[in-house]
Design a protein around this ligand. Structure first.
Ligand code: HEM
Ligand code: HEM
Length: 538
C-alpha cells in the first residue's frame, strides 16, 4: 500500500475528529460550568477521599486533610457498589493474566539484559538467544502485561463512570481468553524462531489476528453499557477509553493484513502502527486511569474539565502522523519525516494540557502523596508521562536523533514511557481497584510500600545508566576517528548498571505478584482481612 494513501487516510481521520470536536463544542461539553468533572463523584461526595488500598490510619489522615463539603448519599454509594460488582469478574481475570505476563516479561527482560554484558549466559539454548528472548520480553509486555492491566482498569472504571452495571461482562472473559491464546501461540512461535520480522508486530499474522478479535470482544461491553448510561456528561476518561478500544483493532488489522505492505512501505506501516499503538492505545488508557483515580483519591474534581477535553482532541489530531519519526535518516520521503517531526512537536499541547491540569488539581493537596500509595504510583506515572513525551519531542528532532537513534538511549526512552508512565499508572490503579473487586483490604500494606520503593529505585537506576550509556554510544558511533568496537565497549558499565536496575524492578514485580496472590487466597478461603466500607468516611 502506498504511504501517501495511508497518510491521506489518517488525515481524513483527523478531519473527522475535527468535526467530532466541533460537535462536542455545540453540545456544550466545553461549557465553563464543566459539570462533567463532577460525574465521578456521588452527590455530596466531593471532599470525601477514596483509597481502598490505604490502611485505616492513612485513610483517616487523607480524609483529615481533605475538605468535606457534605454527607454522601447512601443510595448512590450502594448503586456504585452494584456497578463494582458487575465488573469484578472480568476485571479480575484481566488483572490476573496481566500479572502472570508481568513476571514472564520481567524475567525475559532481565536475562536479555544480562546477556548484553555476559554473552555466554545460557548460550546453548536456541530459544534463549538474545534475539528471541528480547522479542519475547517485548511481546509479553506489549500484549501481555500493559494492555491487560489497562483494559482491566478500563472495564472496572466504566460502570462507575457511566453509573450503571456493566453489560456484557462475558464478552470480556471470552475476548481475554482469545487474546491470551493468541499471545501464548505467538510467543511459542517466536521462541521457535518464527517471527514476522517487524518490531512490535513480530507475532505471525496467522495467530496475531486473535488480538484484534479478542480486543474487539473486550470493547463490546462499553458499547452495550453506554446505551444504558445514567450520567448526563461523559467524563473525559470515557472518551479516552472509547477511543483506545476503537483504535486498537483498527491499527492491528491494518498493520497485519498479509500481502499488502512491501519494502519501504512496510517499514512506514510498521512505525505507523508502532507509534500509534503507544500513543493511541496505551497512552489514552493510562491517561483515562489518571483522570479517574487521581481526583477520586483526593476527593476533588479535576481543576479544568475544558483542559482535559482539549488534551483529548489534540492527542487525537496530532498522534496519528508521528510514526515516521522512527525512520529519520531512512530511505523514506523527506516530507513524510518532516510531517512526523512537526506533529511530534505539536504533541507538546496535549502533554502540557494534561500535566498542568494534574498539577492544578493536586495543588495544595500534595501531602496526600505521603498517605496514599495508590496516589504515589499514579502521580509518579503522570510525571513520567510528561517527561517521556517532552523527551520524545526532542528525540524526534533530526539533530538529536542523529546521536540517539541506533543507541540504548531509545531503549531508555521506551522504558520511561512504557514503564515510568504506563506501568506505574497500572500498578496504582490495580492497588486501588483490587480491594473493591475482591471486597477486602490488601492483606500486607507494607508490601505495597516495598513494591513502590523497589521499582522506583530500580527504574531510576535503569533510566539514568542507560541514557548516559546511550549518549556515549551515539557520540562514539558518530566519530569517524574511533573504531566501531569503541561504541560497544563504552556501553559495558552502563549495561551492567541497567541489569542492576532491572533486577530491582523484577524484585518489585515479584513482591507485587506475591501480594496479589495473598489477596486472592484470602478471598478464596474467606479469611477476609477486613471488609471495606463503601467510602472511607462512610
Ligand atoms: C509526544 C510524545 C512522544 C514523542 C514525540 C516520542 C518520540 C519518540 C522518538 C523520536 C522515538 C525514537 C525513535 C528512534 O530513534 O528510533 C521514540 C521511541 C519510543 N517511544 Fe516515544 N515519544 C513520545 C512519547 C512516548 C510515550 C508516552 C511512550 C510510552 C507510552 C513512548 C514509547 C516509546 C517507545 C516504546 C519507543 C521505542 C520504540 C522501539 O524502537 O521499539 N513514547 N519515541
Ligand atoms: C513492565 C515492565 C517493562 C516494560 C513495560 C518494558 C518495555 C520494554 C520495551 C517497550 C522494549 C523495547 C524497547 C526498544 O526497542 O526501544 C523493551 C526492551 C528491553 N527491555 Fe524492557 N520493559 C520492562 C521491564 C524490563 C525489565 C525489568 C528489564 C530488565 C533489565 C528489561 C530489559 C529490557 C531489555 C534488555 C530490552 C532490549 C533492549 C535492546 O534491544 O537493546 N525490561 N522493554
Amino acid at each position: 500500500m502506498n504511504p501517501t494513501a495511508i497518510l491521506l487516510a489518517t488525515f481524513l481521520l483527523s478531519i473527522a475528529g475535527l468535526f467530532a470536536f466541533i460537535w462536542s463544542l455545540r453540545k456544550g461539553l466545553f461549557d465553563a460550568d464543566a459539570g462533567g468533572a463532577r460525574t465521578i463523584f456521588a452527590q455530596g461526595e466531593i471532599g470525601h477521599v477514596e483509597d481502598p488500598a490505604a490502611d485505616a490510619g492513612q485513610a483517616h489522615t487523607l480524609q483529615r486533610d481533605a475538605r468535606v463539603l457534605g454527607p454522601t448519599t447512601a443510595a448512590e454509594l450502594a448503586a456504585r457498589e452494584a456497578a463494582d460488582r458487575s465488573s469484578a469478574q472480568p476485571a479480575f481475570a484481566l488483572f490476573t493474566y496481566a500479572i502472570v505476563w508481568l513476571i514472564v516479561a520481567s524475567l525475559a527482560g532481565l536475562v536479555s539484559s544480562l546477556k548484553l554484558h555476559w554473552p555466554e549466559l545460557l548460550d546453548q539454548y536456541g530459544w534463549l538467544t538474545f534475539g528471541r528472548l528480547r522479542t519475547l520480553h517485548l511481546n509479553a509486555v506489549a500484549y501481555g502485561w500493559a494492555p491487560q492491566a489497562l483494559l482491566g482498569l478500563a472495564i472496572w472504571m466504566l460502570p462507575r463512570l457511566l453509573r450503571t452495571p456493566l453489560i456484557g461482562a462475558r464478552f470480556v472473559l471470552v475476548g481475554a481468553l482469545i487474546w491470551n491464546a493468541g499471545l501464548v501461540a505467538g510467543l511459542i512461535a517466536i521462541a521457535f524462531g518464527l517471527s514476522a520480522g517487524l518490531e512490535w508486530l513480530e507475532i505471525p499474522w496467522q495467530v496475531g489476528g486473535l488480538f484484534a478479535f479478542g480486543g474487539m470482544l473486550i470493547g463490546l461491553p462499553m458499547v452495550f453499557t453506554l446505551r444504558r448510561k445514567r450520567v448526563h456528561h461523559l467524563y473525559v476518561s470515557v472518551w479516552y477509553i472509547g477511543a483506545a478500544l476503537f483504535w486498537f483493532p483498527v491499527l492491528y488489522l491494518v498493520a497485519k493484513v498479509p500481502g499488502v505492505h512491501f519494502g519501504i512501505e512496510m517499514a512506514t506501516m510498521n512505525w505507523w502502527f508502532g507509534h500509534n499503538v503507544l500513543g493511541l492505545f496505551y497512552t489514552p488508557l493510562s491517561i483515562a486511569a489518571v483522570y479517574y483515580f487521581l481526583p477520586k483519591i483526593i476527593g476533588r474534581p479535576v481543576q479544568s474539565y475544558n483542559l482535559s477535553l482539549l488534551g483529548f482532541w489534540t492527542l487525537a489530531f496530532f498522534y496519528g502522523q508521528v510514526g515516521a519519526h522512527h525512520l529519520i535518516g531512512g530511505p523514506v520521503p523527506e516530507w513524510l519525516i518532516t510531517l512526523s517531526i512537526v506533529q511530534s512537536v505539536m504533541m507538546v499541547i496535549p502533554v502540557i494540557a494534561f500535566s498542568l491540569n494534574m498539577h492544578l488539581t493536586l495543588r495544595g493537596n500534595f501531602d496526600a502523596l505521603r498517605h496514599s500509595y495508590s496516589l504515589r504510583f499514579i502521580f509518579f506515572g503522570a510525571v513520567m508521562y510528561t517527561l517521556a513525551s517532552l523527551q520524545g519531542t526532542f528525540e524526534a528532532l533530526r539533530s538529536v536523533n542523529a546521536v540517539t537513534h541506533f543507541t540504548h538511549f531509545t531503549v531508555a526512552h521506551a522504558h520511561l514511557g512504557m514503564y515510568g508512565f504506563v506501568s506505574m499508572v497500572a500498578f496504582g490503579g490495580i492497588y486501588f481497584a483490587l480491594p473493591r473487586v475482591l471486597d477486602l483490604r490488601w492483606p500486607r500494606p507494607h508490601l505495597i510500600a516495598l513494591h513502590f520503593w523497589l521499582v522506583v529505585a530500580g527504574f531510576l537506576f535503569y533510566l539514568v545508566t542507560l541514557s548516559v550509556g546511550g549518549v556515549l554510544q551515539g557520540l562514539a558511533l558518530l566519530d569517524p576517528a574511533r573504531p566501531f568496537m569503541d561504541s560497544v565497549a563504552v556501553t559495558l558499565p552502563w549495561l551492567q548498571g541497567r541489569s542492576l536496575g532491572g533486577a530491582l524492578m523484577t524484585a518489585g514485580h515479584l513482591v507485587f505478584a506475591w501480594h496479589f496472590f495473598l489477596a486472592v487466597r484470602a478471598t478464596a478461603w474467606r479469611t477476609r482481612v477486613q471488609s471495606l466500607p463503601l467510602n472511607v468516611t462512610g
